[in-house]
Design a protein around this ligand. Structure first.
Ligand SMILES: [Mn+2]
Length: 405
């Protein structure tokens, strides 16, 4: 069976006051093409469909129109959706029975008295799929106050398995929306989302019976503990400037006879590029304006621009100068970050700046830069293959290093 794993769409998100509905629409159109061309049997959406518990009606309309369009393009498609911490478990399930008519199962709330309500069985030919669709667990969903979050998650998966019929040939898939230990967190768009003060949970809570674990919540696509079967798909596009160098993707997962066959990223085109200038140390205003003027003119697709300016910069007309440098460019302005220079900064802030330089030395980003500079490597297919192999290599090295610790 061919599954497509995605999460954290955050429909309805405003980005520094800018509407993102066009970006979401472009992503959904791309996704629709993938569902058809890749002959997907099951689409898994691992939470945070919406950015807020009370999404704007245009965001809900976008979601329902997508479900309808996906089913008319791919009549055999099955869709399984879980609520994330940003979604309202109640609101997201109001159209539950209508969505069921479109082979779409939406699980808002895990009920420990009725674990079978969170499982979905899908049959295609001789292949059976059992999906343990565990939505984000809120503290009120945890049966006993003394139980830890990890234990509650583990018990939920165990209860769902205990209440299901399956054998070694069944493809058991676990879904979850949580922060798993051994995964990388994006600095600003997830920090506030880490489960209400709970520690990240260990990879051992996921059932051994699951040949694949489709996770949502963290915005960077990644494996957990370098396990091929436990994955975050990440967001379809950057939700903050810190995520501007992520390779946004959906995951194409093949399972057969109860075993994982392959996982491959499907890279999502960038609809709006994020520019943060200057990269690295702040520069004088005139130099910043030169960098802004050098940005490409009027692309068909607008981008976002955020600038960093030294707090020592005292010109009263800095905003006018920045606006003049950006004139005629199709860029949506995302504000000015006032940065204290190193001389002003205390020791801990100096260290923080060094860490921000480390982020820019992210291995995937360096590879992208190298590929861009070598035109003989610019074939997209080759790039994707190299990037996948390289990500695997980096994950292996990180695993080695963590064993040495
Ligand atoms: Mn989340």
């Amino acid at each position: 069976m061919r599954l497509l794993h995605t999460s954290d769409w955050h429909l309805g998100q405003l980005f520094y006051e800018h509407e993102r509905i066009d970006e979401h629409q472009a992503f959904l159109a791309w996704l629709l093409t993938q569902l058809r061309e890749q002959a997907i049997d099951v689409l898994l959406i691992s939470g945070d469909i919406y950015h807020t518990a009370t999404p704007p009606s245009r965001a809900e309309k976008q979601f329902y129109q997508f479900i309808e369009a996906a089913k008319s393009a791919c009549p055999e498609l099955q869709i399984v959706v879980i609520a994330g911490n940003h979604d309202s478990a109640k609101r997201i399930t109001t159209a539950e029975s209508l969505l069921a008519q479109f082979d779409t199962q939406i699980i808002g709330h895990y009920q420990h008295q009725a674990p079978e309500l969170s499982t979905v069985n899908i049959t295609k030919g001789d292949e059976q799929c059992l999906i343990l669709a565990l939505p984000y667990l809120r503290s009120c969903d945890i049966p006993s106050a003394s139980q830890s979050y990890s234990t509650a998650v583990q018990q939920a998966y165990t209860s769902m398995l205990d209440n299901s019929e399956f054998d070694t040939q069944t493809n058991v898939i676990a879904m979850g929306h949580l922060h798993a230990r051994g995964a990388a967190v994006s600095e600003d768009s997830e920090r506030a989302l880490v489960i209400g003060g709970e520690d990240a949970i260990g990879a051992d809570v996921f059932p051994a019976e699951a040949c694949y674990v489709a996770l949502g919540h963290l915005h960077k696509a990644q494996m957990v503990n370098s396990q091929e079967r436990i994955r975050y798909s990440g967001t379809p596009f950057a939700m903050s400037f810190n995520e501007r160098n992520y390779r946004h993707q959906c995951l194409l997962v093949e399972v057969a006879d109860g075993a994982l066959q392959s996982v491959n990223p499907l890279y999502i085109p960038t609809f709006r590029k994020l520019h943060l200038l200057p990269e690295g140390e702040v520069v004088p205003l005139t130099e910043l304006c030169q960098q802004l003027s050098a940005l490409p003119d009027d692309n068909a697709q607008p981008g976002y621009i955020r600038v960093r300016l030294s707090s020592k910069e005292l010109s009263t007309d800095f905003r006018e100068q920045i606006d003049a440098a950006l004139a005629g460019k199709n860029l949506l302005f995302c504000g000015i970050e006032r940065v204290r220079s190193q001389q002003q900064a205390k020791q801990d802030e100096v260290e923080f700046q060094d860490l921000s330089q480390l982020e820019r030395l992210d291995a995937d980003h360096l590879l992208s830069v190298a590929l861009e500079e070598h035109s003989e490597l610019s074939e997209q297919d080759l790039n994707d293959e190299i990037k996948t192999l390289f990500s695997q290599l980096v994950a292996d090295v990180e695993q080695e290093l963590s064993h040495e610790d």
